[in-house]
Design a protein around this ligand. Structure first.
Ligand code: CP3
Length: 351
């Protein structure tokens, strides 16, 4: 499959993007910056729009999803938009009963724990992703020269919600299933790879210029388990998007020990959380991989001078890598003062 001629990557709209240059391994004149979870609860205009609308319903309402995606770009002047959606949208689109419980996260009506549960998982009808395609198309029509990043949850993180039935700190049932019944595990991760890969590729085909795979909970895995039981499925999840020729970022939380393995699935850029300094991350990756990260989200609440010194250090350490996209080490906390984010963008662009 090829991108259509009207895709922003083919019609030249995003040709001067600093984000895409850095994702391709170059060092543009100004450092690109965007924030994970830049769309959402830190913005009063988001909270106003969301009144009375359920989270997943908002994601599947094209006008709303598009407007929420654009809000932080207008307000902060970031170098990319990230599509407003959720990692469980493809699960919902396949017909599985999942909701987002405010303050908690994705919750399944019926957890998926046995061979029979996995066998009963429904196939994803491609048409069920039409609202996603529509929202992406409406968004890139407004974004002009600013690229849109598409995203998806990695099979492990997605499977952890399915098996646990909701958010879980250590994913004990999930990791037990991996070893107790490896065949069922492989079928479950294959299903997750299939639907999440379709979700990511749908965003790219509809106009997103890069993709990010979030394996938010992979940090609870040993390197051996990650390599044997997870990495091949993550590789399959990004394959359809990669086939469209866009750069892929792979991000996890607490995944310092997994960095080379997470890069080896075919990712172009490694997202790094706040725990590992970028110069050390680059060393672990052989000095050849563009990095994204890794401002500690906690410091968004610290006095400006403290935050500024930290951000300067992050940018300095990022020079060890061939290229660097500045971001947080995880998402924007909901109680963040949005004026701090705007000021951060100005600072980073001035360095
Ligand atoms: O700006 C962006 O980054 C784009 C939007 C985005 C959302 N979710 C919107 C959202 C992205 C990229 C995600 C991905 C996502 N969703 C991940 C991976 C990223 C990460 O944070 O590690 C995960 C693990 C989820 C699952 C999920 N969805 C959680 C844990 C929550 C929080 C629940 C809560 O209320 O604390 C959600 C809900 C969610 N996804 C919100 C937003 C803006 C909050 C919903 C609301 O406003 O009520």
């Amino acid at each position: 499959m090829l991108l259509t001629v009207s895709h922003p990557l083919r019609d030249g709209r995003v040709a001067a993007s600093s984000l895409l240059a850095a994702y391709r391994g170059h060092r543009p004149a100004t450092a690109p910056v965007w924030f994970m979870r830049q769309a959402g609860r830190s913005l009063p205009e988001y909270r106003a729009l969301r009144v009375g609308t359920d989270m997943l319903e908002a994601c599947l309402t094209p006008d709303l999803a598009s407007e929420i995606t654009l809000q932080p770009v207008r307000r902060h002047g970031v170098d990319a938009a990230i599509f407003f959606s959720d990692i469980v949208i493809p699960v919902r689109a396949a017909g599985v009963d999942v909701r987002i419980v405010p303050g908690r996260g994705p919750v399944l009506a019926e957890p998926v724990r046995t061979a029979a549960d996995v066998a009963a998982l429904p196939a994803l009808d491609p048409a069920a992703l039409d609202p996603v395609r529509e929202a992406v198309a409406a968004t890139v029509a407004e974004l002009g020269s600013t690229p849109l990043i598409g995203f998806a949850g990695a099979p492990y993180t997605l499977a952890s919600y399915l098996v646990e039935g909701g958010p879980s700190k250590e994913q004990l049932r999930t990791r037990a299933l991996m070893h107790a019944d490896p065949d069922t595990w492989a079928r479950l991760l294959s299903w997750c790879a299939e639907i999440t890969g379709a979700f990511l590729a749908a965003q790219i085909a509809a106009g997103a210029s890069a993709g990010q795979l979030f394996d938010s909970w992979a940090g609870s895995l040993s390197l051996a388990d990650y390599t044997a039981h997870v990495a091949p499925h993550s590789e399959r999840a990004i394959a359809p998007a990669k086939a469209l020729g866009v750069p892929i970022v792979h991000f996890g939380v607490g995944t310092a020990e997994l960095l080379p393995a997470m890069h080896a699935i075919g990712a172009d850029v490694s997202g790094v959380d706040w725990r590992l300094p970028l110069d050390e991350a680059s060393r672990r990756l052989g000095g050849t991989v563009p990095l994204q990260g890794n401002i500690d989200p906690a410091l968004l609440a610290a006095p400006w001078a403290v935050l500024e010194a930290h951000v300067r250090d992050v940018v300095e350490r990022g020079r060890a890598a061939p290229a660097h996209v500045v971001n947080l080490g995880h998402g924007v906390p909901p109680d963040t003062n949005p004026t701090v984010l705007t000021r951060l963008v100005e600072l980073i662009h001035s360095l």
